[in-house]
Design a protein around this ligand. Structure first.
Ligand code: FE2
Length: 368
């Protein structure tokens, strides 16, 4: 297996995707019905003889995994085509991991929780090949071996991770991203910017990851503003898609760090979109990490070429979102409570500077 990225990455167009689906009888297609209508995919999916999971709530929990298993039932698919944002790709990986663990796909929420926490899904067993077709430019999930499943009781977030969960193929179709509203284009690109920046300074980074991460940061900072102003420009969408895939490859090697770790309770408790929840703390975390990061100037020179990270974030989000906690309904007296839930194992301890509760509170106060 290629250590950097075992996923075949293809850039194609919508017609290619339609042909792929129409010759995939027996496969599972995970694609939200409303967006499939928008992309003109619905007639192709309905006539292809596939199992169509057409409703994908954002931030899927064990319940959505159970429902997806039920939708597949006794069928024995050998391919999942997942078209959508991070949630579709997360659900595809969960379905791949769990379908053949449970007879007839019959599992309860408790079964899924147990399988995740005991990591029993990592034992050798049949999994389903995935073709990942991201419709946003941000999650990088098409080139990572992990997925997020949110706890149905909203007390924590689970990860599933296993080399067998890499997609067989990532199919990048920039046309799909052109229908995103500005807020989704922004949130997902900021997620990718965090993936690249965090990969750069992560404890597990490498010189190669740094080169890839800087290129991703530059592509995203160069093209996001123009793409927001000209949303139908496929050339700009292609650039953002490439930046997102590069960011995905970078953080697939390192995992994320403090920004992501701090983001999880903010998303869980206040429904702040993932990309915004991560980007809110990107500037203060970058400044804290700079002295502890070898070759940090590479990254900061890249930020500076675009006017500096803080200025660029303010400019690009102007008129769409205010990247402050108070703008999302967080109250100052709730910050201390948030702090307690920000220490995700494998993320916070992957930050180059060890952060304690007081440090995180300072960060949150600075972006309140
Ligand atoms: Fe992310």
């Amino acid at each position: 297996m290629n250590g950097l990225c075992p996923v075949e990455i293809k850039f194609e167009n919508l017609d290619y995707l339609k042909k792929l689906i129409s010759k995939s009888r027996g496969a599972v297609v995970i694609a939200e019905r409303s967006t499939s209508d928008l992309w003109g995919l619905t007639p192709t999916i309905e006539s292809a003889g596939v199992i169509w999971i057409d409703s994908i709530p954002s931030n899927p929990t064990q319940r959505e995994v159970v429902n997806a298993l039920k939708a597949v039932g006794d069928a024995e698919p050998n391919l999942i085509i997942a078209v959508g944002g991070g949630s579709s790709l997360d659900l595809a990986k969960a379905l791949s991991a769990f379908r053949y663990m449970f007879e007839g796909g019959k599992a309860t929420i408790e079964d899924i929780t147990k399988a995740i926490t005991s990591k029993s899904y990592t034992a050798e067993h049949r999994m389903i090949d995935i073709i990942a077709v991201p419709s946003t430019s941000g999650t990088g999930s098409e080139v990572t071996k992990w997925a997020t499943i949110w706890d149905v009781d909203k007390v924590s977030k689970f990860s599933i991770e296993c080399s067998s969960l890499y997609a067989r193929q990532a199919l990048i179709i920039p046309e799909l991203t052109a229908s995103m509203p500005a807020s989704l284009t922004l949130a997902t690109a900021l997620d990718a910017l965090c993936h690249a920046s965090e990969a750069f300074w992560a404890k597990q980074t490498t010189p190669l990851v740094k080169e890839i991460a800087c290129r991703a940061v530059d592509i995203i900072m160069t093209n996001l503003g123009p793409a927001l102003r000209s949303p139908a420009d496929i050339r700009l969408r292609r650039k953002l898609a490439a930046g997102s895939v590069l960011a995905g490859i970078a953080f697939s090697q390192t995992h994320t760090t403090a920004c992501h770790s701090i983001s999880y309770p903010i998303t869980m408790k206040y429904n702040v979109p993932h990309g915004y929840a991560c980007a809110i703390t990107l500037d203060p975390v970058s400044k804290l990490n700079r002295p502890a990061t070898e070759d940090a100037d590479m990254l900061f020179e890249c930020y500076e070429r675009h006017g500096g990270l803080k200025n660029w974030l303010d400019d690009v989000s102007f008129g769409i979102v205010t990247l402050r906690l108070s703008a999302f309904g967080v109250k100052r007296n709730e910050l201390q409570d948030i702090v307690k839930s920000t220490f995700t194992k494998g993320r916070m301890d992957n930050n180059p500077v060890d952060l304690g509760e007081t440090d995180v509170l300072d960060i949150l106060c600075s972006v309140f």
